[in-house]
Design a protein around this ligand. Structure first.
Ligand code: FAD
Length: 347
């Protein structure tokens, strides 16, 4: 069905059936609720309070019921649970069928997903099938109290402006939200809610996608989205050999290695190290930006770090407008001196 053929659903009475803010609860590989889902419960709670409606989670997986307590402690009033071995591994087809069935039955007005590989995949599949609109990579969320219109804002045009995207004609309104952008509520131990067990008539033989094997990528270093300290390097390091200086400082400090997009595109390091608009958003306690100019697309991914230390030989580099401490000079002189001083202090 082309967009032109979609039924017009903008009449008020049709929207009145849609109530409640939902968060898709993602489960990590270690069987815990993904931090981004806890953050979204915090964001969802604020939207639900403004709309005087309830906040619900949707949990899909195998042997996941026991996560209900965490979801309630972080703000949900209700949890819809699909707990079945068929949901053991994430598959677009199975998760989408469950979420579509739940949406059709209970009609939420807003659904939020983490902008993770799972959340992005699921949200786009659900949006296409419903059909409804989806704002990807949202960084600011609000809602109009009276109309219930979700105001989903995200950087646009290369990060130079913030665009607020509305979905006026369709429900539910949906958005994916980057990890580490929203704040989780302080958990309330012992807080409870209503668990609603759901199921769909789906047999394994009807599912086209099979998970044959899971091959885990071995990443030797700490992940940048989890690290307390990140040493990030840019094109100013000159070459893959020059970029080794970043690894040396990271080794010394026990830090993760980050990079600008230009470094990733040059093939000096893999994409999962890229910080920024088209990479990962990070909020470490300490962020070193070395030989990085400070383009807006990089800044949006690290500007909420606790302490930003920039090293750049150009005093006019924009990174100096975004850092707490700036050192003007050649990275090849300053970084070895830092490593030496650190090692000396510890010996
Ligand atoms: P440069 O801009 O080339 O800066 C190198 C810096 O190193 C300069 O400031 C220079 O003074 C300094 N320098 C040189 N030699 C030395 C030395 N010896 N010692 C110290 N300093 C030195 N970029 C990202 O990083 N992440 C993103 O997610 C991202 N997404 C983007 C999305 C879009 C749609 C677009 C259009 C761009 C995106 N970019 C992103 C690219 C971004 O615009 C910049 O091009 C990029 O961040 C620049 O990388 P850089 O700072 O490493 O390189």
């Amino acid at each position: 069905m082309s967009p032109g053929e979609k039924p017009e659903k903008n009449e008020k009475n049709l929207f009145e059936d849609y109530r409640g803010v939902w968060v898709f609860i993602e489960v990590n590989k270690d069987g815990k609720v993904a931090p981004v889902s806890l953050e979204l419960l915090g964001a969802g709670k604020r939207l639900a309070e403004k709309r005087k409606t309830e906040l619900a989670g949707v949990l899909i997986g195998s042997q996941v019921k026991q996560l209900a307590g965490t979801v309630f402690e972080y703000g949900a009033d209700t949890l819809y649970v699909y707990d079945d071995p068929i949901f053991k591994h994430y598959r677009t087809e199975t998760f989408m069928r469950a979420l579509l069935a739940c949406t059709e039955k209970y009609k939420p007005e807003i659904i939020l997903y983490g902008a993770t590989s799972t959340g992005k995949d699921l949200a786009s599949a659900v949006a296409t099938d419903l059909p409804t609109g989806l704002t990807a990579d949202t960084t600011i969320l609000d809602v109009e109290e009276d109309t219930g219109l979700l105001l989903a804002s995200r950087p646009a045009f290369g990060g130079n402006i913030m665009a607020t995207i509305l979905c006026k004609k369709y429900r539910p309104q949906m958005a994916t939200v980057r990890p580490k952008v929203m704040k989780a509520l302080i958990p309330e131990p012992g807080r409870t809610g209503t668990v609603i067990a759901e199921s769909i008539p789906l047999r394994e033989e009807d599912v086209r996608t099979k998970v044959l094997e899971i091959v885990r990528e071995t990443i030797k270093r700490a992940r940048i989205d989890e690290a307390d300290i990140i040493v990030a390097g840019g094109k100013g390091l000159g070459s893959p050999a020059g970029f080794q200086l970043i690894h040396q400082l990271a080794d010394t400090l026990g830090a993760a290695v980050g990079a600008s997009r230009d470094v990733v595109e040059a093939g000096w390091i893999g994409h999962h190290h890229q910080v920024g608009q088209t990479g990962v958003t990070v909020t470490p306690k300490i962020y070193f930006a070395i030989g990085i100019s400070g383009a807006i697309q990089h800044l949006v991914g690290m500007q909420n770090s606790g302490l930003i230390i920039a090293i750049n030989k150009d005093p006019a580099a924009p990174i100096f407008q975004a850092c707490h401490y700036g050192i003007v000079g050649d990275a090849f002189e300053i970084v070895p001196a830092l490593i030496e001083a650190w090692n000396k202090a510890l010996s």
